[in-house]
Design a protein around this ligand. Structure first.
Ligand SMILES: [Zn+2]
Length: 142
């Protein structure tokens, strides 16, 4: 991974924290039958559609691109920082730096058995530099 700027690091930390929180929340609101590890490609389960025979469930990569981030400069006088933040609501940044959308990706795994329809999802994902590691072709990207 090429050296990230200080502002890119801030944006990356914010993005991965938000994505990880959303992924954990999905385990509460829409829990998968199986929780898998994020580096696994298949998960073997006793498939109820095949009389409990151990069956491979293919896990696919879910790749989410980061949004644009507007990082306000540090050490601005309060009144300028406040004005700057208001402007950010209209996507205008005067004293700060824009980290463009799709600078990072967040990757986790999920899948569903074709037979019994059981679902599997990882509880954690990982942050990648989207310039170095774009989505795999033919995989889920959003
Ligand atoms: Zn199954």
């Amino acid at each position: 991974m090429p050296e990230l700027t200080k502002v890119e690091k801030l944006a990356g930390r914010k993005f991965v924290a938000d994505q990880q929180a959303a992924l954990l929340a999905s385990h509460m609101t829409d829990p998968p039958k199986y929780t898998v590890l994020p580096w696994h490609k298949i998960y073997r389960h006793p498939c109820t559609a095949r009389d409990g025979v151990s069956t491979a469930l293919e896990l696919r990569e879910v790749y989410t691109f980061s949004p644009a981030y507007y990082v306000v400069d540090e050490n601005l006088p309060d009144e300028v920082a406040e004005w700057n933040t208001e402007l950010n609501g209209d996507s205008v940044l005067v004293f700060g730096t824009i980290v463009p959308a799709a600078r990072f990706g967040f990757i986790y795994k999920q899948g569903q058995c074709r037979g019994c329809k059981a679902t599997a999802r990882s509880r954690t994902g990982r942050l990648v530099d989207a310039y170095d590691r774009p989505p795999l072709e033919g995989r889920i990207a959003r």
